[in-house]
Write a protein that binds this ligand. Structure first.
Ligand code: UDP
Length: 324
């Protein structure tokens, strides 16, 4: 099968490209390299360096390349930036995705895997979070994910596309080869920032909020290795091939760790003290986000293989010799 991977030069997309090639899929990458890294792509891969909304060119290419499934990673993914510049997020994540979907329909491509996010739940009522939880986004980034999911549901009814929407919890870690990993500018995520502090690239790690209703007062998240995320996308393609049905599923390990725990465990693994500065809460951060992953286990036959140690070790291995 020929699959199109949008955002294939990005953090999670590049890991998926590697996994898809291992599984003998023929892969074409669509990435305008605005945030992706060409170094993250394997040699000889077909790269369409285009915007999602360039429908005329994309239609020609999709037909010529005989694409039958789209795995859509491309999207901006920083909550803070989305609050400061919502236009960027609504334009790229919604308008861009809608254009891509319409081009897909024009080419009779009816299988679509979408990178959604646990942020669609906002401040959830219950934890761990099931897919039945109310959708209540609390920032423009999350809003874009929720809106695209709604569009997919309407397109399924009207145009019979089939989709799997994967609601990622906190993507983390790096490829175990040390060749692919996280490289954002600026880097706002906790684990890379903790590691960069241990490596002396940052003076301290700022902990945003110590008065949350959690055991140690800091936020709890469900960190999931990007290799596990990549595998889940392969299972999602399998699902669309075997079922005439769409699916929305959480992707998390089901285990939560606090900000303080992440710092402590990283310090133990690397064997260095990590200077900490306690600060105010960061706007828009829910106290606890942990997945109930029953549905992913049952429907996708998927489960996470890697734990927090694997995540931190692989991320450390990547950051100490970061290639791009
Ligand atoms: N966090 C922190 N210091 C940082 C970066 C993040 O205390 O320098 C906290 C943040 O408030 C959140 C958790 O770490 O509670 C995970 O944040 P991240 O940005 O990695 O992912 P998010 O949960 O926002 O997607």
């Amino acid at each position: 099968m020929n699959i199109l991977v949008t955002g294939g030069a990005g953090y999670i997309g590049s890991l998926f490209v590697k996994e898809a090639l291992k599984n003998n899929y023929r892969v074409v990458v669509l990435d305008n390299l605005s945030r992706g890294h060409v170094e993250a792509l394997p040699e000889n891969i077909t790269l369409l360096n285009e915007n999602l909304s360039n429908s005329k060119i994309l239609k020609e290419k999709f037909l010529k390349l005989n694409i039958s499934c789209i795995v859509h990673f491309a999207g901006y993914a920083l909550v803070g930036e989305s609050i400061e510049d919502p236009e960027l997020y609504y334009d790229n994540n919604i308008v861009g995705t809608l254009s891509l979907l319409n081009t897909a329909l024009d080419c009779n491509i009816k299988k679509f895997i979408f990178s959604s996010s646990c942020s669609v739940y906002g401040n959830p009522n219950l934890t761990p979070i099931t897919e039945e939880e109310t959708i209540k986004p609390i920032n423009p980034y999350a809003e874009t994910k929720a809106i695209v999911e709604k569009i997919l549901m309407d397109y399924e009814k009207a145009y019979n596309i089939k989709f799997v929407s994967l609601r990622y919890f906190n993507a983390a870690g790096a490829d175990f080869s040390g060749n692919l990993g996280e490289s954002h500018n600026p880097e706002t995520h906790l684990i890379p920032r903790v590691i960069k502090t241990a490596l002396g690239e940052l003076n301290f790690i700022e902990v945003f909020g110590t008065d949350y209703p959690t055991e140690d007062g800091t936020c709890v998240r469900d960190y999931i290795h990007i290799e596990d995320l990549a595998t889940a996308h392969i299972k999602a393609i399998d699902y669309l091939q075997e079922n005439d049905d769409s699916l929305v599923v959480n992707l998390g390990t089901g285990k939560g760790n606090s900000v303080k725990q992440i710092i402590e465990i990283t310090s133990q693994i690397i064997g260095k003290d990590i200077p900490v500065k306690y600060s105010e809460r960061r706007p828009g951060d829910p106290a606890i986000l942990v997945a109930d992953n029953t549905k992913a286990r049952q429907k996708l036959k998927w489960q996470a293989k890697y734990n927090l140690n694997d995540i931190i070790e692989s991320a450390y291995n990547w950051h100490k010799n970061q290639k791009y």
